[in-house]
Ligand binder design. Sequence first.
Ligand code: SF4
Ligand code: SF4
Length: 388
Amino acid sequence: MLYNTLGKTNLEVSRLGFGTMRLPTKANNGDIYKEESAKMLSYAIENGVNLIDTAYSYHSKNLGDNGESENFVGEFLSENSLREEVLLQTKSPSWLMEDFRDFDRYLDEQLEKLQTDYIDIYLLHSLTVPEWYKVKDLNVLDFLDDCLSSGKVKHVGFSSHIEVDYLIEILDEYPKWEVCLTQMNYLDEYYQSGAMGLNYLRQINVGSEIMEPLRGGRLVQNIPSEVNALWNQAEIERTPIQWAFQYLWNRNDVDCVLSGMTSFEQVKENIEIASKLDEISDNDLELIREVARTYRTFIGNDCSRCGYCMPCPHGVDIINCFAEYNIAHMMGNPKASAMQYFYLIDDDSRADSCIGCEECLPFCTQMLDIPEELRKVHDYFGEEFNHY
Ligand code: SF4
Ligand code: SF4
């Protein structure tokens, strides 16, 4: 494993972090498949991964609510006496805060779930602009001062999908930010805070962590033949996953890339890639940008499959509706995707079950107008369905 210094925290962090938002789950009830997840985490830690990332709401059964991931991580670290071996990062559910006392109440609940008396890195989770103003009005910065001085938290930061101007505004308001988690991959250099945000983090020496390195799997699954043809022109042969990770690790403004791993094979493959120095040349960079330009011609919508909008209280399977829609655009085979759409997604969970209540909107990390996008999905596959 290779390591970087995480900005002004001075922590030595593995350049691959283990995200626990997509652990394997049981088919019958969606509970975390603990044995397999424990095997994955054990292997990762044995092979040098030292940052474990979770959040209050990961693996939650209700939209944005208390999830199972923290409990699992806490249990795993405690049972295996590994708490001191790793940097534990979790996130405060900013959207649930209504009162100053809530910050402390949720932090204490998280410490209990995680079976620890301190958190290495505590992030305000997925800050949007309105939420930032809301938590600021609730005096979140006083709360952060308090948890740093009490020792319950060692380092503070935030995660966000906002534009660069807002990112800088938040960063400039509090000199004690030490870590920031933003979205980046070679498709997103100019999306959200993108490359400019990373550049600013480096300037002020705030540790940079990356989410969505594979764009919700888009960069490694169902790859259009036009993209494969471009990769085949490369001077050095790499798999799509190697291209995606090495693009990030070759940037001098990325400290740690979080990957939400779902299978043991993924953990092994990611660790193998993270353990190898692999220099991206100027020609490689040019090729990567050509691939990004090509990908953009195939995009249906920007859903990254993060799952933050799920579960829809009205049963719409938002992620898979968008997945089939995007695969149809990528592969240029709408009929095949329409068959999958009607075969895999239940009647009550397809796009036309959306009642437009907009409850999911504040949770979308890609700022999609979800009901509007679902209407497009319905129109798109509705047409195709007429052929069957
Ligand atoms: S707008 Fe549609 S998809 Fe979103 S929560 Fe309401 S019913 Fe579900
Ligand atoms: S619709 Fe938005 S919140 Fe839902 S999975 Fe896609 S990107 Fe994530």
